[in-house]
Design a protein around this ligand. Structure first.
Ligand SMILES: Cc1cc2nc3c(=O)[nH]c(=O)nc-3n(C[C@H](O)[C@H](O)[C@H](O)COP(=O)(O)OP(=O)(O)OC[C@H]3O[C@@H](n4cnc5c(N)ncnc54)[C@H](O)[C@@H]3O)c2cc1C
Length: 328
């Protein structure tokens, strides 16, 4: 590990003023410390944000919920309002990592965790995300976990978060503060596809801090499901995951939300797939068409040719579960 400066600001403004291209914030530390120990990241300064007043969950004027960036994944998943009104989010969080990790991991850190592509972690191999211009070891390498949608020649990594898949489906917003003030980013626009700049996972600037995530009032509490398919039953990242949420009038779909994890560089949504469900009866035929639309243009790699079919089945199953009523 390289030597680095350590700062522990007590206000958001102070934290932002300390930030820059050679610095990194540290919250729970469950991802960034591993990356530093493996020499994947070598920041000159660590800015410890754990003393900032960003640990609250509060109602918003619009009837939604504002989640401070330092709220732990455990506290968020078990918060009564989240359990009651946003069970999709609670399910997604609780399907990830382990209880100990969720106790440390924070809301902001979860959004900004880096890919689990093993070429990214292995400094002996090329990786455009770790070292722009060095090449992509995964594209023709061991790519079972990798992207089937939205990838580029430069990068086939996927975003590993479960929580983010639910936040995408719920159309959360990310609240950010930088030296020029605050901004609010729609979740859909927060993470990026890799293109020719895979080193950039999202639209956050180096000196911007996530202060909160805001949920809208609608939580699809009665008809939602998070389905995670992985190599083993716990403590594993998703091969494919699905966040499905429906608003039903009897058995007719009024509104639908669908987001996929494990298939792209960001949680994967398509308006067309959701629009196809509206006005239809909540049954297999409509679900299969939505799956088709969401996965259209999939481009599997050598070792993940199974993913489009796995994703198709997972989408139909998650929609079926959601239609049957949220499991509590
Ligand atoms: C063994 C293991 C298994 C895991 N399994 C899963 C899983 O199945 N599903 C899943 O979703 N996750 C999983 N995780 C990932 C875990 O959820 C993340 O490591 C965690 O959410 C990161 O949060 P943190 O607070 O520890 O972030 P940190 O490690 O502190 O930071 C991560 C990144 O976020 C930045 N950052 C943190 N907070 C802010 C902020 N407020 N503003 C701006 N930048 C910020 C840091 O600079 C850093 O770049 C797993 C992790 C491990 C180690």
């Amino acid at each position: 590990m390289n030597p680095f400066d350590y700062a522990c600001p007590s206000s958001v403004d102070e934290a932002v003023a300390l930030a820059g291209p050679d610095s990194r914030f540290i919250a729970g530390g469950t991802n960034i410390l591993d990356l530093m120990k493996e020499n994947v990241l070598r920041p000159g300064r660590l800015i410890d944000i754990t003393r900032l007043p960003l640990g609250e969950i509060a109602s918003t004027l619009e009837g939604g919920l504002r989640i401070g960036a330092l709220v732990s994944n455990s506290d968020l998943a078990w918060h009564p309002e989240v359990q009651h009104r946003y069970p999709l989010l609670a399910q997604a969080i609780l399907s990830g990592a382990s209880a100990q990790l969720r106790n440390m991991a924070t809301t902001g850190g979860n959004l900004l965790q880096r890919t689990r592509c093993w070429y990214f972690y292995d400094t002996g191999t090329p990786c455009n995300k770790r070292e722009p211009g060095s090449g992509c070891g995964a594209r023709d390498g061991v790519n079972r976990m990798h992207a089937i949608l939205g990838a580029s020649d430069a990068c086939v990594a996927v975003h590993p978060s479960d929580m983010c898949v639910a936040l995408a489906a719920l159309e959360a917003r990310v609240q950010v503060k930088g030296p020029h003030g605050e901004r609010s980013i729609l979740f859909e626009d927060f993470h990026r596809l890799p293109g020719d700049q895979p080193e950039r996972d999202n639209v956050l600037a180096d000196d911007e801090l996530i202060t909160a995530v805001e949920l809208p009032a609608e939580g699809f509490a009665n008809h939602s499901a998070y389905l995670k398919v992985r190599e083993r039953a716990s403590y594993a990242f998703a091969l494919v995951s699905v966040a499905a949420a429906l608003d039903l009038d009897g058995n007719t779909i009024r509104r639908a939300r669908l987001a996929l994890g494990g298939v792209a560089h960001k949680p994967w949504r398509r308006e067309k797939a959701e629009a196809l469900l509206v006005g239809r009866r909540a049954e297999d035929g409509a679900f299969a068409q939505a799956a088709e639309a969401l996965l259209e243009g999939s481009q599997p790699l050598t070792y993940n040719a199974f993913k489009p079919e796995l994703a198709r089945r997972a989408i139909i199953r998650a929609l079926t579960d959601a239609a049957g009523g949220t499991a509590r």
